[in-house]
Design a protein around this ligand. Structure first.
Ligand code: ADP
Ligand code: MG
Length: 174
């Protein structure tokens, strides 16, 4: 299960995050991967907005975990600086999902094995030396399989629904 879309600005990337938010359920986990500056935090800002959190969402790099309350509780984690698996375990990510929160982990691919078996991997890349970003969604597990068509529909305005057709409102199908 894979969807790839492209955005042209940070605003669009936020809008993609916002479009995904209605699909999120208690105990969901998202692994946000991509190099520094790819747009992981920007994407989380959109999710938080879509979940009804009105405040500022900033990088949790120095805080490790930030919590926000929206329709669901949001646990925003950046494990970039953690060098040992134990440091990640110490964060108690299990508690976040056990409490029914939504877990959003930047640099999540490094700890994918520690995430719940069902999770969504969101990979952001910078294909060119400009503001274009590629955003790839990979659903892992049955709970994403049953939501996949819905996700495709939500992302359709961004060009995320195949087969190739006319360009979407913003993105292109790639
Ligand atoms: P990360 O968390 O992956 O390190 P950030 O979201 O903090 O990345 O930063 C992304 C930077 O790239 C921001 O300064 C943002 O304004 C800029 N940017 C430019 N174009 C885009 C885009 N299409 N999507 C996301 N961010 C973009
Ligand atoms: Mg970040």
């Amino acid at each position: 299960m894979r969807i790839e879309i492209r955005t042209a600005t940070a605003y669009e990337t936020r809008e993609v995050g916002r479009a995904l938010a209605p699909l999120l359920r208690p105990a969901d986990a998202l692994a946000l991967t991509g190099e520094l500056g790819a747009g992981k935090t920007t994407f989380v800002q959109g999710i938080a907005k879509g979940l009804g959190f009105d405040g500022n969402v900033v990088s949790p790099t120095f805080m490790l975990v930030r919590e926000y309350q929206g329709r669901l509780r949001i646990f925003h984690v950046d494990v970039y600086r953690l060098e040992r698996v134990q440091d990640v375990l110490d964060l108690g990510l299990d508690d976040a999902t056990a409490e029914g929160g939504v877990l959003l982990v930047e640099w999540g691919d490094a700890i994918e094995g520690l995430l719940p078996p069902d999770h969504l991997v969101v990979t952001l890349t910078v294909p060119r030396d400009d503001e274009t970003r590629s955003i790839v969604f990979d659903g892992v597990g049955g709970s994403w399989r049953i939501r996949w068509e819905q996700l495709e529909r939500l992302l359709e305005p961004f060009g995320g629904l195949g087969p190739p057709g006319p360009p979407g409102r913003w993105g292109v199908l790639v």
